[in-house]
Design a protein around this ligand. Structure first.
Ligand SMILES: C[S@@+](CC[C@H](N)C(=O)[O-])C[C@H]1O[C@@H](n2cnc3c(N)ncnc32)[C@H](O)[C@@H]1O
Length: 275
C-alpha cells in the first residue's frame, strides 16, 4: 500500500468514500490518482481550520480541478454553503465536483477576487488554499486578502513554503522554481510566484489589514504532482539564449523528479481576523 492509500485509510471514512468518486486522470507522467492525492492534502490542511462554525465560506482561486473546493464543500455539512471564486480556469470544475455528489453545496462565481460581488460581512470565513502563488504579485495578494477581509471577518491562507527537507521536496522546489520564469518567457502572466516564507505570508496578511491569530507550519507526507510542466513549454520560449538556459535547468529538475519523486514541501497556514 502506498503513502496515499495509507493516509486515505486513516482519514475520515466519509471523506475517503468521497475521494473514491473523484475521476482518475490520464495525464502522464503524473500518476492517475494525482488529483485524489492533492485533494487529500487539502483535506488534511482543513483539519487545522475551524470551518464548521461558519455557515458560508468563500474560497478564492478554485482552479480548473476543484482541488480545494471538494474538501471544503465536504467539511461544510448542509446547509453550509461554499462560494467558489475563480477568475478564468473552470475547465473540469463542474465535471469533477458533480462526480463527488456535493455540488449543491457550492455556488461558483467567475470573477476577479480583487472585486468580489459580495456584500460586506456576507460570509463567515474566507479561504485561499494553495492559491496565493497565483495572485500575480505581493500587491495583488494584499488586494485580494483585503477584499476577503471585507466580506468575511476572518480568513485562512495556506501555501507551500520554500523548505526542502528531503530529496523529493527539493526536487519539487527545483522544478516549481522554473515555472514563474517560464510562464513569463512564454508570454503568459506572472503565475506561480516563488513560494513565500511563513514570515512573509504573515506580513502580507497584516498589510491587507489582518490581525494574525496563528501562523503555523504543517508537514505533509504525500507525493505532490503540481510542479511538473512539459518540456515543450520551455521549447516554445522565443528567445534562444534564455530557452537554452532554462532547458538545461529543466532537464536536471526533471531527471531529479523521475529519480526521487516529488513531495509536498511543508505548508504555511495563516489564520487572521479583520484588524
Ligand atoms: C494554483 S490555482 C488553484 C489552487 C487550488 N485552490 C488548489 O488547491 O490547488 C489558483 C487559481 O487562482 C486563480 N486566480 C488568480 N488570480 C485570481 C483573481 N484575482 N481572482 C480569482 N481567481 C484568481 C487562477 O486562475 C488559478 O486557477
Amino acid at each position: 500500500m502506498d503513502r496515499f492509500e495509507r493516509q486515505l485509510r486513516a482519514a475520515d471514512p466519509a471523506f475517503a468514500r468521497l475521494i473514491e468518486r473523484v475521476p482518475l486522470l490520464d495525464s502522464p507522467p503524473l500518476s492517475p490518482n494525482w488529483l485524489r492525492c492533492e485533494m487529500l492534502e487539502r483535506h488534511q490542511l482543513l483539519q487545522h481550520a475551524d470551518l464548521r462554525s461558519a455557515s458560508t465560506v468563500l474560497e478564492v482561486g478554485s482552479g480548473p480541478h476543484a482541488i480545494s473546493t471538494v474538501p471544503l464543500a465536504f467539511e461544510l455539512a448542509p446547509p453550509g454553503r461554499l462560494i467558489a471564486v475563480e477568475r478564468a480556469r473552470w475547465s473540469q470544475f463542474s465535471k469533477i465536483l458533480s462526480a463527488t455528489g456535493i455540488q449543491d453545496r457550492v455556488r461558483a462565481i467567475a470573477c476577479d477576487a480583487r472585486r468580489l460581488p459580495l456584500r460586506d460581512d456576507s460570509v463567515g470565513l474566507g479561504v485561499c488554499l494553495h492559491g496565493i502563488r497565483s495572485l500575480g504579485s505581493e500587491d495583488g495578494i494584499v488586494e485580494v486578502v483585503r477584499e476577503m477581509l471585507r466580506v468575511a471577518p476572518r480568513v485562512l491562507i495556506a501555501e507551500s513554503l520554500p523548505l526542502g527537507e528531503n530529496d523529493a521536496q527539493r526536487a519539487h522546489l527545483a522544478m516549481y522554481a522554473l515555472r514563474e520564469e517560464v510562464f513569463l518567457a512564454t508570454g503568459g502572466r506572472r503565475d506561480d510566484l516563488h513560494y513565500f516564507s511563513l514570515e512573509r505570508l504573515v506580513h502580507l496578511v497584516e498589510r491587507a489589514g489582518g490581525r494574525v491569530r496563528s501562523s503555523t507550519m504543517m508537514k505533509v507526507d504525500l507525493p505532490h504532482a503540481l510542479a511538473y510542466f512539459p518540456r515543450e513549454l520551455v521549447e516554445s520560449i522565443p528567445d534562444r539564449s534564455s530557452r537554452d538556459d532554462i532547458l538545461a535547468r529543466w532537464n536536471v529538475a526533471y531527471s531529479d523528479l523521475r529519480r526521487v519523486g516529488e513531495d509536498h514541501p511543508p505548508v504555511g497556514l495563516v489564520a487572521a481576523d479583520r484588524g
